[in-house]
Design a protein around this ligand. Structure first.
Ligand code: PEP
Length: 249
């Protein structure tokens, strides 16, 4: 049985005191038994150390560099974020790909670094609107997975989860329909099954991300191949995040 995962991506939001307040609110309001759902909070890295001591939820790093240490001014390594309390990594978010120019090849190296350090990660993929309009969305997303993820072996791939995040739905208020989400999630699972095996494909959680909120979460999470969500804007309020969590149970 694969895990249900609910991940909060706080992005570059919240001052320190606000982040502390929000994690305390999550502690009080997000009602779940950790056996049912794994909750991961991708906090700004500056706050990981403090926040990870205030909660039992898993804390993750939104970004890292693949080298372990050295002359990489401004970067953070996996050993560094782990030493501060991060236990998960986010890789391949479209904002990293588009704004910071992260290539398939760089993402492959990040995936390898996550595996080498034995750190669970969520690998993001998703197409732009033009690609969907050209009906090339499935081919595009499957190519992203081949380019940066599918070189892993059967044991290694099990460390990862995949988040399908159509770029046109991120932060836009426009969500994929249940048909669009299920079509893509089923295609991703089929690719996993083809490259690895049906058994491996059934063990890997595939999350949906892109304007997921308290109103649309129930129907999205009811799709057979949607195993949770990666939540941006709606994770900045504990009440909304809790409603999304309840939709996943
Ligand atoms: C995200 O950035 O991963 C995301 C899904 O954002 P939002 O929920 O705000 O669309």
């Amino acid at each position: 049985m694969r895990k249900k995962i609910l991940a909060a991506n706080w992005k570059m939001n919240l001052l320190r005191d606000e982040a502390i307040q929000l994690i305390n609110d999550f502690n009080k309001e997000v009602e779940l038994s950790s056996n049912e759902i794994e909750v991961v909070v991708f906090s700004p890295s500056l706050y990981i150390s403090e926040i990870s001591q205030l909660t039992d939820f898993k804390i993750g790093a939104q970004n890292f560099y693949f080298e372990k240490n050295g002359a990489f001014t401004g970067e953070l390594s996996i050993p560094q974020v782990k030493s501060c309390g991060a236990s998960q990594l986010l890789i391949g978010h479209s904002e990293r790909r588009q704004i910071f120019g992260e290539s398939d090849d760089l993402l492959k190296r990040k995936v390898d670094a996550a595996v080498e350090s034995n750190t669970p990660f969520i690998f993001c993929c998703g197409e732009a609107l033009e690609t969907r309009d050209a009906e090339r969305h499935i081919e595009f997303v499957v190519n992203q997975l081949h380019a940066s993820l599918f070189h892993l072996d059967e044991k290694q791939i099990l460390l990862g989860a995949i988040a399908y995040e159509p770029i046109w739905a991120i932060g836009t208020g426009r969500t994929a329909s249940t048909e669009q989400a299920e079509e893509m999630h089923a295609a991703i699972r089929e690719s996993l099954s083809y490259v690895y095996s049906p058994s491996i494909a059934n063990q890997i959680s595939i999350l949906y991300g892109g304007s997921c909120n308290a109103k649309n979460a129930t129907e999205l999470f009811a799709c057979p191949n949607v195993d949770g969500g990666l939540i941006g804007g709606a994770s900045l309020q504990s009440e909304t995040f809790n409603q999304i969590a309840k939709a996943l149970i």
